[in-house]
Write a protein that binds this ligand. Sequence first.
Ligand SMILES: NC(=O)c1ccc[n+]([C@@H]2O[C@H](COP(=O)([O-])OP(=O)(O)OC[C@H]3O[C@@H](n4cnc5c(N)ncnc54)[C@H](O)[C@@H]3O)[C@@H](O)[C@H]2O)c1
Length: 498
Amino acid sequence: MISRSPFGDSFEYSVNATQEQERLTQFVKNSRKTVVIQGLGFVGTAMAAAVANAKDASGNLIYNVIGVDLPDEANYWKIARVNKGLASVVSTDTSLDAAYTTAHTNGNLTATFSPFAYTLADIVVIDIHLDIKKKQLGNAREYDFTFERYKEAIKTVAERITNDTLVLIETTVPPGTTEKVLKPMFELIGRQRGLNTSTVHLAHSYERVMPGKEYLSSITNFYRVYSGTDDAAKQATREFLSSFINTKDFPLTELHSTTASEMSKVLENSFRAMNIAFMQEWTEFAEAAGVNMFDVIQAIRVRPTHRNIMAPGFGVGGYCLTKDSLLADWSYSTLFESDKRLGISLSAIDINDMMPKHSVEMLKSAMPDLKGKHITVLGVSYLNDVADTRYSPAELFYDLCTKEGAVMQLHDPLVSYWVEKATSVHTSLDELARLKHDAAIFAVRHSNYLGMTADQILSALPGVSLILDAFNIISEATAQSLRERGVKVLGVGKGHWN
Ligand SMILES: NC(=O)c1ccc[n+]([C@@H]2O[C@H](COP(=O)([O-])OP(=O)(O)OC[C@H]3O[C@@H](n4cnc5c(N)ncnc54)[C@H](O)[C@@H]3O)[C@@H](O)[C@H]2O)c1
């Protein structure tokens, strides 16, 4: 079987469980503690690097680290890359690659498909995903959610850990999950296996990892919240987190229960999503009134109490902000049996999900018939300087324009293949220069786009007659220069341009 990675490399694999058990048993034959990380995705990849590079006061490595992922076509390449000393996420953070090289040289980081790894663990960190699916974009009140796959994955851990293993949940879960869903499961399986269930230590601590240039540092140099189901779990978590996080500058916050820690995560993301959504109606007001909203925001941000007022933009994407309020809403009504809903938070998700439609409407205000028009999208990832396209706002824009009959052309310096749309993406601006362009939208604040001059834009987009700046990417001077050369320039939140 072959597993292809987004880096372009591919790996042939076969799964020999006995050989793998022997290899892992040899790997942990030393005095270090063993940390097993379930899930080598965006979070697990960075966690594995951070933990593998942790050292004690004498400069000795503290842990053996084993990353576990699935032996299937879509995921095996993550295991294979880690075992070659390479990160399993496309990232602009060079320190992540360096951390993988170092861990590979030191020989204390490996990856496997084998759940046998959990039998060797002093600490298991759960970094797998838990999905919740909206039935339809624009109606966050209706979704499909089930714990079944997640519980199956956690069961593979519960069936193998030994007494006194710390199991640290980092997955974003509905508040109440650790106490009400996972703890009873661990206790039941523990009893069946003859474990002393008072030694099953469950904890929750959520990630604030930010893919991008500071990816690894966003784990090791940032604040953390945690809690545990008992004092021993809290203490073990505190010690573990302190061993690889710079807690001198970024002290830990212990909450009284895992439910509080879980709620903290989803509230934090709901708060941010709501602040972004709140700005959308004001953005549209500013556009109608001929006001530059970015100037207004700057004027307001001088007030210390208002520093984090959000700016207008193209849309909200990624795996977290688009779904975390739904997990909270599910918990409220199901785990805590309330007949109330988290209405404001769900409305914010709807506003954010539909935000790219505003850019389509703005485009159509200047180019009413998109049929047959060549529209170039600059940026398909969900965030600047990351390659992650999960739930990217570019998707709705792409779909709506395609429905209108437009010919879509895509560019992103970090994404060569857009998995969600099963289509290839140009990564070089020189390639774009060979295409026909009627209109273009700057959709992501990638470093490559910021500071582009009118000359650079026009040589990448020859013949373009309409440019939409959906994320405050083009400067006033560049917009003016483009206008002088016959290009119409519009901008989200830029009422003074429109
Ligand atoms: N991406 C972020 O920036 C971010 C930030 C904070 C929190 N989170 C949360 O962290 C969690 C993980 O997110 P992610 O972005 O890393 O997800 P991801 O989809 O990138 O990674 C999850 C990984 O788990 C693996 N996996 C699934 N089932 C498994 C199993 N049974 N055994 C072993 N591996 C298995 C998958 O193959 C995948 O590689 C989510 O709950 C997410 O909400 C993500």
